[in-house]
Write a protein that binds this ligand. Structure first.
Ligand code: BYC
Length: 499
C-alpha cells in the first residue's frame, strides 16, 4: 500500500472526507486556502507567531537532520485525489500552511440542543470557553508528539523510516498551525495568549508539561514510535472525527482536512509494527524456532520477540485509552449538547435523535470489587462511547498482524487487554486489573505486572537494537522492508540526503 493510494483514506470516516478542490495560495508567506491576504490583522498576528514557532521547531523538533533534504509531501490542495506534492525539502523550510476542507453549503449542527440549526461561522458567545478549551487541548497534543519523537532520527532503522518519522513530525507541526489559526482568528487576545503558551509547554517537563498524560510519556525507541502512531494517532483520528462533527464550522473544516493527513500516520504505525512482526517471524522460521517464548534464542537473532511487542502494545493501548477522559463526564455531555463535538460518525449515525435526552448507554464500572454494566444517561457517557468505538477501530490492524504470524505457523496472537488494564483516568483508575480482566490486589499486581508491561530487561534489549541503518535500501535486522516505496519510489531511493 503506497501512501497515495485511496486505501489510506479508508481510515477516514466517509462523512468527514473532503471532496472538492480548493486552491491553496502557496506564494504567500503562509500557504493557505482561507484568503489570509484579505485579513491583514490576522495575517500580522500569525506572522508574528511564526518566528516563535520556528524557534520551537529548531529547539524541540527533530534532533539533527535539520539541514538534510528530506523527501516530503506538502499539502497543496484539499482534493483527496491530488492534495499533496512530493519533493526534497529541508524541514525548517517546510511550507506549514492553513488548510480547511471546503465549506459544505447548508450544513447544519448535527447534534445536541441546536441540532438542525445552521452551523456557526463565528464562536457562539455562550460556549466560548468550552470551545477554546477543546481547541487548546487538541492543539497541545501536536507539538507534544514532535517533542516526544525528537531523538528518534538518530536511530532510524532505514532512510525510508526516517523519512516517515519526519513526515509525521512536519504534519503534526501543520496541525498545530491549523489550531493556532482558529485560536488567533476567533478568540482575540485570549487566543493569541494560548497560541504563545502552546510554544512554551514541553512534553515531560515538570514545571510546564503538556496537558494530557500520554503526551508526557517518553517515546524512547522505534517500537514505541510505531505503537504510538498506530494506537495514539488513532485517538487523534477518533477525536478529530468527533470535532469534525462540530457545529463550529471552522473547527469542523480544519479537522476534516487534518484527518486526510492522519491516515498516513496510522499507516506508518500499522506497517511499522507489521514489518517488525514479519522480520521476527521470518527469522524464527529460518532458525527453526517455533516457540514464541524462546526469548533468548529469538533475541540472539537480532529481532524482537512477539511477547515483548505485546507488552509494548499493552502500554500504549492503556495510556492512549486514558486520553478519552473519564468514561462518565459532564464536560463531554456539555460539549455534545452544545453542538461543539459530536460522536464518531455523528451525522451518519442511525437510530437515535442525536440529542440523547432520554437515551442510556452501558458503562462498565467496578462496584464492590467486581465489574458491573450500568446503564447511565447516554449524554454523560459520550467519552465511554468514543472509547468503545476506538477499541473496535484498533482491532483491524491487530487482526492483520495476527495473519502474518498465523501464516508463518507460529502459535501466538496479539490481543487487546481488558479496558481497565493499567488505567489512570476514569472508571478503572485506582484499580489493579490484569489484561485478562481479573481484579487484583496491589501485591498481585506488583508480582505480575512485569509480564504485561515492558520491563527493564525488555528496554535494555530494545536499546541494543536501536542502531542507525542509513544506507539507501538497507534495513535494520529487526524490521522487514516495506512492500512499496513512498510515492512509488524504488527500494534504493535516498529518502533523506545525509551529508
Ligand atoms: N491526562 O471530564 P474529564 C491527537 C482532564 S490525540 C490529563 O474526565 P473530558 C494526536 C481534563 O482535561 C487527540 N488530564 O474529560 C495523537 C479535565 O481537566 P479540567 C487530542 C486529563 O473533559 C497523536 C479533567 O481531567 N484531542 O490528536 O470529558 C499525535 C476532567 O476531564 C486526561 C482531544 O483530546 C488525561 N489523559 O474529556 C498527535 C480532543 N483526561 O478541564 C496528535 C479535545 C482528562 O477539569 N479534547 N483529563 O482542568 C477533549 O475532547 C477532552 O478535553 C478530552 C477529555 C477527551 C481530552
Amino acid at each position: 500500500m503506497s501512501e497515495t493510494t485511496p486505501d489510506t483514506l479508508t481510515e477516514v470516516p466517509e462523512s468527514v472526507r473532503s471532496d472538492a478542490f480548493v486552491e491553496v495560495r502557496t506564494d504567500d508567506s503562509i500557504p493557505n486556502n482561507v484568503d489570509l491576504a484579505s485579513d491583514r490583522q490576522l495575517q500580522r498576528a500569525l506572522e508574528s507567531w511564526h518566528p516563535g514557532y520556528l524557534d520551537w521547531w529548531k529547539d524541540m523538533g527533530p534532533e539533527g537532520f535539520q539541514d538534510a533534504p528530506v523527501y516530503l509531501r506538502t499539502a497543496v490542495g484539499v482534493d483527496p485525489q491530488g492534495w499533496a506534492k512530493f519533493g526534497y525539502v529541508k524541514m525548517p523550510e517546510y511550507r506549514w500552511g492553513i488548510l480547511l476542507a471546503p465549506k459544505v453549503e447548508g450544513r447544519t449542527i448535527p447534534c445536541g440542543r441546536h441540532k438542525g440549526e445552521p452551523v456557526w461561522q463565528e464562536v457562539p458567545g455562550e460556549y466560548r470557553s468550552l470551545l477554546r478549551r477543546l481547541v487548546v487541548i487538541q492543539a497541545d497534543t501536536e507539538p507534544a508528539s514532535v517533542e516526544q519523537q525528537r531523538h528518534l532520527g538518530q536511530t532510524a532503522p532505514s532512510l525510508y523510516d526516517m523519512r516517515n518519522l519526519f513526515q509525521v513530525n512536519v504534519e503534526e507541526g501543520r496541525h498545530l498551525w491549523a489550531m493556532v489559526y482558529l485560536l488567533v482568528k476567533h478568540f482575540g487576545k485570549d487566543g493569541r495568549d494560548e497560541a504563545q503558551a502552546l510554544l512554551e509547554r514541553r512534553s515531560g517537563q515538570q514545571d510546564n508539561p503538556r496537558i494530557l498524560g500520554a503526551f508526557n510519556e517518553r517515546t524512547p525507541d522505534w517500537l514505541s514510535f510505531f505503537m504510538f502512531t498506530y494506537f495514539t494517532d488513532r485517538d487523534g483520528k477518533m477525536q478529530l472525527a468527533a470535532l469534525a462533527e462540530s457545529g463550529f464550522d471552522p473547527l469542523s473544516r480544519s479537522c476534516r482536512f487534518m484527518l486526510t493527513e492522519e491516515a498516513h500516520h496510522l499507516f506508518v504505525g500499522e506497517t511499522g509494527v507489521g514489518r517488525t512482526i514479519e522480520a521476527t517471524c521470518a527469522a524464527m522460521v529460518k532458525a527453526g524456532i517455533s516457540d514464541p517464548c524462546d526469548t533468548e534464542r529469538i533475541r540472539a537473532l537480532g529481532v524482537v520477540d512477539l511477547p515483548l511487542l505485546q507488552r509494548k502494545a499493552n502500554f500504549h493501548m492503556s495510556v492512549t485509552r486514558d486520553l478519552f477522559g473519564s468514561e462518565i463526564s459532564s464536560n463531554a455531555a456539555e460539549a455534545f449538547s452544545s453542538g461543539l463535538k459530536g460522536r464518531f460518525n455523528e451525522a451518519q449515525l442511525q437510530g437515535d435523535d442525536h440529542q440523547l435526552q432520554d437515551a442510556t448507554y452501558a458503562v462498565t464500572r467496578v462496584v464492590d470489587g467486581r465489574f458491573v454494566m450500568e446503564d447511565v444517561p447516554a449524554l454523560r457517557a459520550i467519552n465511554c462511547r468514543l472509547l468503545d468505538d476506538y477499541i473496535a477501530d484498533c482491532q483491524g490492524g491487530i487482526d492483520r498482524w495476527n495473519k502474518v504470524i498465523e501464516k508463518a505457523g507460529i502459535a501466538f496472537r496479539f490481543s487487546q487487554p481488558h479496558k481497565g488494564f493499567n488505567r489512570r483516568i476514569g472508571e478503572f483508575a485506582g484499580h489493579r486489573i490484569a489484561p485478562d480482566g481479573r481484579l487484583l490486589s496491589e501485591a498481585e499486581w506488583a508480582a505480575e505486572h512485569g509480564q504485561w508491561l515492558p520491563n527493564q530487561s525488555d528496554m535494555d534489549f530494545i536499546g541494543t537494537l536501536m542502531k542507525p541503518c542509513i544506507e539507501p535500501g538497507r534495513y535494520a535486522s529487526w524490521i522487514a522492508p516495506p512492500r512499496l516505496g513512498i510515492n512509488g519510489q524504488p527500494g534504493e531511493f535516498e529518502y533523506v540526503k545525509i551529508a
